[in-house]
Design a protein around this ligand. Structure first.
Ligand code: PMH
Length: 381
């Protein structure tokens, strides 16, 4: 376990991740495997810790965005299949092969270059762009060409063919259906089916039975968050948020009416007021736009006042509280609750972004039930 000496930390409840993965696994047909997306440090939750509990709870495979993220997991001892969803330069193909990491391919030129460096088997998944407009072959002809070039080289092992939905989290499912039909038309020309045909992200996996194929790629639901507010009423099982964010008062004072707080003096005390300082700021991912946002102390909501600084911000207290008092920025205190969705709304963004920007400076404390099972402080690595 790492140590840490600051008064701000992220808590990750591994039981919640386990329950989300088990629920997804049970929701899927028996012949559909579960790949858990652990890119961007497991959506801020810790890639290795998420991967480990997910694999224990029913997941078969993992997905990352980068080869570096996949290699990190291998170096930690993870042996499950890992697919890199993003582009990896073809000259690194042998490095992926050495680690038995699967790569995404969608360009014939990529295959031609990768061929020249490969000396052992590389598992690949061909990506079809059915309407996301990001990566992938866009026509059946391109797919056919790519399938042929992959087949022609003994070192490519075709492990999968996949696509990605752009709007499976919207109430209106017409774009989802359009993409699904296009993917099905791509699949018609595939004569030798690879191990995994896959398409669905969390939203599609939770909502639609017709896009599940052999495997689904679930990210956000693993962490207990809804892919969008629009589909909350359609969720087939309750999602359990795994992440909470806490800090402690580092300073408490009474300021006189008219006193200004923080850079720019944007807040002026309306009367004599108790003001607390908490050691979290925008360098931790607690962005300046969160000025005015509530935090929890003693089970009640109190506002952040004045500008959020790089490492600290101030809150208005209804009374004096001792230095060291627990302040919760995301999570529960008593009957009160601040969700990631509430923070996302305040920032004008989505829950995905909120959890991904919580920075490496925040230590992660892993719990199973009430027991701390691991502490990770990236600053000490
Ligand atoms: N598959 C691919 C190719 C993805 O890019 C993502 C998420 C997932 C699966 C998992 O999706 P989910 O978290 O909705 O379940 N990718 C992104 C992204 O690029 N921006 O936000 C989510």
């Amino acid at each position: 376990m790492d140590e840490f000496y600051r008064e701000t930390w992220i808590e990750v409840q591994l039981d919640a991740i386990s329950s989300n993965v088990k629920n997804m696994y049970n929701h899927l047909p028996n012949d559909t495997d579960l790949m858990v997306a652990v890119k961007a440090n497991g959506y801020g939750h810790g890639a290795y810790e998420t991967a480990t509990i997910a694999l224990e709870s029913g997941a078969t495979a993992l997905a990352t965005a980068l080869l570096d993220e996949a290699i990190y997991l291998r170096k930690q001892g993870i042996t499950a299949p890992i697919l890199v969803l993003g582009y990896v330069p073809p000259n690194y193909a042998q490095i992926a092969a050495d680690y038995n990491i699967s790569l995404t391919v969608f360009q014939k030129e990529w295959v031609d270059t990768a061929k020249t460096v490969l000396t052992s088997s590389l598992p690949v998944h061909i990506k079809c762009d059915t309407g996301m407009g990001r990566l992938g072959v866009r026509t059946v002809r391109e797919l056919e060409e790519l399938l042929n070039s992959v087949k022609r080289n003994e070192f490519f092992h075709l492990e999968g063919i996949f696509t990605h939905f752009a709007a499976a989290d919207e109430q209106n499912s017409s774009y989802y259906l359009q993409q699904l039909r296009k993917f099905q038309s791509f699949l018609e020309i595939v004569k030798e089916k690879p191990r995994w045909i896959h398409a669905s992200n969390s939203a599609a996996s939770l909502r639609f039975a017709d896009g599940l194929f052999d495997l689904v790629r679930s990210g956000i639901s693993t962490y207990g968050l809804t892919p969008s507010i629009d589909i909350v009423s359609e969720l087939p099982f309750p999602l359990q948020p795994a992440l909470s964010l806490h800090t402690r008062l580092t300073h408490v004072k009474k300021v006189a009416k008219g006193a200004k707080i923080s850079y720019g003096g944007t807040y002026t005390a309306k009367e004599d007021e108790w003001i607390g300082t908490i050691p979290i700021g925008y360098a931790d991912g607690w962005l300046r736009l969160l000025q005015g946002q509530s935090v929890l102390i003693d089970g009640i909501r109190v506002p952040i006042v004045g500008r959020i600084c790089m490492d600290q911000c101030m809150i208005k207290l209804p009374q004096k509280y001792p230095v060291g008092s627990l302040v919760t920025l995301i999570g529960n205190q008593g009957e009160e609750h601040i969700t990631v969705n509430e923070i996302a709304e305040k920032l004008g963004t989505i829950n995905y972004e909120v959890i991904c920007i919580l920075s490496h400076r925040l230590p992660r404390v892993y719990k199973k039930g009430k027991k701390i099972v691991q502490i990770k402080n990236e600053l000490f690595r």
